[in-house]
Design a protein around this ligand. Structure first.
Ligand code: FMN
Length: 311
């Protein structure tokens, strides 16, 4: 007799996602750009490019350079601004029926609060992801993500002005990421996502100049995956709220590493530039894996890491 399909649905911060596969902010535009390449209705959730209060041109070029097994970017949060996003892009997105998560970024605490208030008024936005981890902007962003007190204060202020599920996106550029995770959990974060990019630098030895106009950039792609898996595992063991895993996920087996380490969902970033169909392939791959291993519910895999030695 034919077995029923395995259950891929997962629960995060009061949201039920049809599967644990989301798009990572900044690597999937505002969603609509991928409509010809990806069945957007199949995604667990769409996370859009980081939005600020005002439109921003980002940093001057060159802003991207390829590195072994990854890339270094210093886009600097170029975006159309929250008002333009609401009046143009959201019209298309709200028809999909896929949860839309807005990623916000501010230079000051007051910017984040104003953004959260605007998003709170928008019934078609499922959740807020707060970027406190961008290494490529002069002010704000990462300043809140590398200091536990600043991260806690910001979370408290945002929590006070929205009832939407709140996801804090953490930086790997810290000594102890569990300290930041615990600080935002204590102030009402509903989930944490990690990791954002790792600060890096590439030099052209002939000109002796940095390859990025910004000098440093954020490293992403498979090169960072083992660091990301390690941090997800540490954070999942340190907090009770759900963890969303990000970092170099190229296929379903990479995604499984994060789920087994304790992530309740994952985000696909740099892989979207290499193969825009990656998210769809991961969803299919996860389903096949569960069938092959006769696992009826993906939640059975979450946090199932075995660390005891056999015997
Ligand atoms: C070109 C580019 C732009 C990004 N823009 C954002 C952004 O606007 N907001 C944000 O929170 N993260 C941003 N990120 C970080 C990604 O969402 C993700 O955390 C990181 O790239 C690690 O995942 P990956 O290795 O799968 O790409 C960006 C990454 C890249 C490569």
């Amino acid at each position: 007799m034919e077995q029923p399909p395995p259950d891929l649905s997962t629960h995060i911060a009061g949201m039920t996602l049809r599967n644990p596969v989301m798009t990572a902010s900044g690597t999937f535009g505002y969603g609509g750009e991928f409509r010809e390449l990806v069945d957007l209705r199949q995604l667990g959730a769409i996370i859009v490019k980081g939005l600020s209060l005002q439109p921003s041109p980002g940093n001057p070029p060159p802003r991207i350079v390829e590195t072994p097994c990854g890339m270094l970017n210093a886009i600097g949060l170029e975006n159309i601004g929250i008002a333009e996003f609401r009046s143009t892009r959201l019209k298309f997105l709200r028809k999909l029926g896929t949860p839309i998560i807005v990623n916000i970024y501010g230079q000051r605490e007051a910017d984040y609060v104003a953004l959260a208030e605007i998003v709170d008024d928008e019934p078609d936005i499922a959740a807020i992801e707060v970027n406190i981890s961008c290494p490529n902007v002069k002010a704000g962003g990462i300043a809140f993500g590398v200091d536990a007190t600043a991260a806690a204060d910001l979370t408290r202020r945002i929590r006070a002005c929205t009832t939407k599920p709140l996801i804090l996106k953490l930086s790997p550029n810290v000594t102890d990421i569990t300290e930041i995770a615990r600080a935002v959990e204590a102030e009402g974060a509903d989930a944490v996502s990690l990791i954002n990019t790792i600060t890096g630098m590439v030099i052209n030895v002939d000109t002796r100049r940095p390859k990025l106009a910004n000098i440093t950039g954020g490293l992403s792609g498979p090169a960072i995956r083992p660091v990301a898996v390690r941090m997800v595992w540490q954070v999942a063991n340190a907090v009770a709220i759900p963890v969303i895993g990000i970092g170099g996920i190229m296929n379903h087996r990479d995604a499984l590493e994060f789920l087994i380490a304790g992530a309740s969902a994952i985000q696909v970033g740099t892989a979207n530039f290499v193969n825009p169909g990656t998210t769809m392939e991961i969803i299919d791959g996860l389903e096949d894996f569960l069938r092959t291993h006769e696992i009826s519910d993906i939640n059975a895999l979450i946090g199932s890491l075995e660390t005891k030695t056999a015997g």
